[in-house]
Design a binder for this molecule. Sequence first.
Ligand SMILES: [Zn+2]
Length: 105
Amino acid sequence: MESALISVVPDRLCTPVCSGCDESVRSLHSKSMRWVRDLRFGSHEVLLEVTQRRLRCATCRGIRTERLDFVAPHSRVTNRLAHYIAGRSRMISSRPTRPSRSLMS
Ligand SMILES: [Zn+2]
């Protein structure tokens, strides 16, 4: 199976939002990389290489990561891939099942 690696970098014009308190924070501490799986694109598996900013949040009084709309903190899959998997799981678990032969006799 082929795969695609997509780099996701923060837009410098957008002020990051603290993941702890949802306040906009202008003081940056550092950047880190994380890798997140996304929905397939055709036959390609998609992996996002995300640059995530760490912030000095005055409200939280500490270092926090910025909130990202497309992935939950510490998750290794995007929100839309998580929703897709959850939907498939519900569909599979709600399918009627045949009683086993041992229960029918
Ligand atoms: Zn905060």
